[in-house]
Design a protein around this ligand. Sequence first.
Ligand SMILES: [Zn+2]
Length: 291
Amino acid sequence: MRLVRSSILTLLVAIWASSGAHAATSDADAGTGVEPPDRAGLRSPRLYVLDCGTIRSDSAEEYGLARNEVADTSMADPCFLVVHRRGVLLFDTGLSDRLAGHPTTLEGYGLEVTTPLRAQLAAIGFRPSDVTHLALSHSHFDHIGNAPDFAGATWIAQKAELDAVFGKGAREPPPPELQALAHARKQIIEGDHDVFGDGTVVLLFTPGHTPGHQSVYVKLARTGGVVISGDLYHHDEERTLDRMPADERKTATPASRRKIEALLVRKHAQLWIGHSTTFFRNAVKAPRWYD
Ligand SMILES: [Zn+2]
């Protein structure tokens, strides 16, 4: 989603002040009481859809759509956990767990978190320290809210996104959630990247919404191929009516959309638009999974 940066910083300061110190590592090593899946025995990845918040909105104009063209102007804000024989990848971290119990309004958007990400991970047997790889679709606050919890993972990041956020030409100070990853192990990539080396989990470079925006392709034995497209689209109607934010028309977004649409056909894969409330309502959610 799209917000004015200064407002986001104001919001974060308010939330952080109201919710006290971050429970960063104190309970990270505590047991969860639930057995995680036996990774070594997995022949195909498992994909969990986690509820990382809801963004309430009444307008769709900034996505190139009239209000009456959009069935639901609110957005889901999921995170995705991929459990692979060789590691555990978290793709996006949603709105901050600090918002749980503190619904907030920002520039006309309502921001809500029902169940903290940590609790959802615990319900499937995972501690934050069990996540071996972290990838963010992009650096906007509704995708990086809980990133500091995963500073122990290898952060797989597009060079273009790191340059845009941390480089000399960055337009704003880096968000604190990403500053918290400053000392994380990093794997800096340029373009598509096969995370576990067997073609089942592939990050796809889809710039435009931000300079280093990425999506992820997951090949599942029973479900088939799935592309999780970050903010390449927000509302389903952007795809069906061929719309996009006006300021993205001259970016790489049109080419990135063509790339993904071609890949969907080639791989016979389905597209999951994370912010789509229709997608999220119909999705099988953790603790259940796709495989
Ligand atoms: Zn977003």
